[in-house]
Design a protein around this ligand. Sequence first.
Ligand SMILES: Nc1nc2c(ncn2[C@@H]2O[C@H](COP(=O)(O)OP(=O)(O)OP(=O)(O)O)[C@@H](O)[C@H]2O)c(=O)[nH]1
Ligand SMILES: [Mg+2]
Length: 198
Amino acid sequence: MQIRKAEFKCSSERISQVPKDDLRDIAFIGRSNVGKSSLINMLTGRKGLAKVSGTPGKTRLINHFRIDDAWYLVDLPGYGYARTSKSQRDEFSKIITDYVLRCEKLHMLFVLVDSRLEPQKIDLRFIGMLGEHGIPFGIIFTKCDKLSAAQLRRNVERYSQTLAEQWEELPPMLLSSSSNGRGREEILDCIGECLAEC
Ligand SMILES: Nc1nc2c(ncn2[C@@H]2O[C@H](COP(=O)(O)OP(=O)(O)OP(=O)(O)O)[C@@H](O)[C@H]2O)c(=O)[nH]1
Ligand SMILES: [Mg+2]
């Protein structure tokens, strides 16, 4: 799939403010600083479309980007940033859980994980919550430019093994680098397939 047109639509503080049309959302979530906003810029080929920062917690709202007048890419705030998670009970902020569990526009959620790290408990808890609620999701490994091919293979394998302890069927798993464009075609094709499903 190709992206021809990408435009910022709106930022929402709560799900009652998201666009009211019937275009579907493909959303990115993950720990603060994992590279959600960077990936949106890489996929759309528009460097400054989503705000990127080296400081975690940059994206605070639900940001809708309208793609080819046909669907939305959605940039969500990160989780796991110390200042926003007071206790385990509310480690995922209300804006995130409301959107992910209640927003009917959400068609597919990609959980972004840092390819350099072993499976992080907070990501596994988040993925567990998706499973409990039957939310369709895939996993995108970010910052793959920072690892050797062998390290990357090892880390992805370890992730698959960890998920296989809980899941009979593994979700789609894709590799990416916003620095060198790796994974662009595969991710867009995966999104295209998701959108082709009703
Ligand atoms: N080397 C490398 N750096 C990356 C990649 N993706 C993101 N970064 C860097 O990681 C930092 C965080 O990127 P963001 O895209 O702002 O991360 P985010 O997940 O949107 O962060 P929050 O909005 O704070 O939750 C920035 O300094 C990016 O330049 C990547 O694929 N490779
Ligand atoms: Mg961001």
